[in-house]
Design a protein around this ligand. Structure first.
Ligand code: PLP
Length: 386
């Protein structure tokens, strides 16, 4: 038989995060590897979806999302960031942030186009580029604050550079890009005439009084910025698959057509539930999220410090990278397996966030877990004897 897998399948590897979850399940450990928040879904979001099903909203929707949701997203942009967005022409609802980014890459990048990615990165960003035949090019950020400078960007730019991916707040580093950094990236994008793709899925997870800043709002950046976000994290609905992109109408139609081709539409009644949540949840809901997650962040960072595994305190999102060099092992994979076997807590090896073997001394712990789970994990980490 001459049938075989496509060469494309080799480009996209099984994520280390999924591997750790499988290993963790096998030994019945506490899983702090995957970014699946097991917190309560807001009642208004759940009932909105249930009512939509009962009211017959069960068919295909417009390829770029139902009116109610696009309007709710436009209102949210105005409410939180003072940005005017046209809900008819400038928003495409997709199958999660992941689906939105995939359609964006298919619509705006040629095979061979280079896209700058900050490292440590979120693996799906890199794999989405690779799957759509774009070429990721890396700029390394330095701990503890995950800094970089304009020269780092200039060093990697070529005639083929077409875009740069920002993730703020970032997975896995928890970095929140400052205004000065966003301005520096914006100047760079204008100088080299490239797109900014900005993944803002953790926009409501900010600590210590930080504010979420959108590159699209920086003067002159609107047209070349594609803002991507979703509700998986904000409403704890990772399985619902609702995300979107906001962009100039020059780009939105093609992005919408790819969305139609690949997903047809995001799930109709779930779009309705999310629209209800966006429209009706008060400010206190978002403030509550920040407070709740800050407490979890502080607990896990304290536990890691107690164990001598220096945490790089996250400014946002719900992951913490920590220095695990004290744990026995040749690389981060061996170290996290040692940790899992010793105390039954799973995390992600740092190498999953770098294109080379950097990250061998890092591990990522997700703290989007219920308090009893976090407390037990912290108890075990604090008691770790190395
Ligand atoms: N973007 C980032 C940076 C993430 O960390 C994740 C999930 O972990 C996603 C996107 C996935 O988002 P969605 O569920 O909307 O596809």
């Amino acid at each position: 038989m001459s049938l075989k897998l496509s060469s494309r399948h080799e480009w996209v590897m099984q994520s280390e995060i999924r591997n750790m979850s499988i290993e963790c399940d096998r030994i019945g450990g506490i899983n702090l590897s995957q970014g699946v928040c097991d917190l309560e879904v807001p009642e208004i979001v759940r009932s909105g979806a249930k009512e939509a099903i009962d009211n017959g909203i069960n068919s295909y929707t417009r390829y770029d999302g139902i009116d109610e949701l696009r309007e709710a997203i436009a209102l949210k942009q105005k409410r939180f960031y003072g940005m005017d967005v046209d809900p008819v022409n400038e928003i495409v609802v997709s199958a999660g942030t992941t689906g939105a980014l995939y359609c964006v890459c298919l619509s705006l990048l040629e095979p061979g186009d280079e896209v700058i990615v900050f490292e440590p990165y979120y693996g799906y960003h890199v794999n989405t580029l690779v799957a759509t035949q774009a070429v990721p090019v890396y700029v390394r950020m330095s701990p503890p604050d995950w800094t970089f400078c304009a020269n780092d960007l200039e060093r990697v730019v070529t005639a083929k550079t077409r875009g740069i991916i920002i993730n703020t707040p970032a997975n896995p580093s928890g970095k929140v890009f400052s205004y000065e950094e966003l301005e520096m990236i914006s100047n760079f994008a204008q100088k080299h005439d490239i797109f900014i793709f900005t993944d803002e899925i953790y926009e409501h997870f900010l600590y210590d009084g930080r504010k979420h800043l959108q590159p699209a709002k920086i003067e002159g950046m609107r047209e070349r910025t594609i803002t991507i976000s979703g509700l998986s994290k904000t409403f704890s609905i990772t399985g619902w698959r609702i995300g979107y992109c906001i962009c100039d109408k020059k780009w939105s139609q093609a992005i919408g057509y790819f969305n139609d081709l690949i997903y047809v539409c995001a799930p109709a009644p779930l779009q309705m539930g999310v629209a209800k949540g966006l429209l009706e949840l008060p400010k206190s809901y978002y403030d509550g999220l920040t407070l709740e997650y800050k407490e979890k962040r502080d607990k896990i960072c304290d536990a890691l410090s107690n164990a001598g595994l220096e945490p790089y305190i996250p400014q946002g999102a719900y992951y913490v990278l920590s220095n695990i060099s004290r744990i026995p092992g040749k690389n981060s994979k061996e170290r996290v397996i040692y940790l899992l076997k010793k105390i039954g807590v799973a995390c992600v090896p740092g190498e999953a966030f770098f294109h080379d073997d950097s990250g061998e001394n890092l591990a990522r712990f997700c703290f989007a877990k219920k308090d009893d789970v976090i407390d037990e994990a912290c108890k075990r980490i604090s008691a770790l004897q190395l």
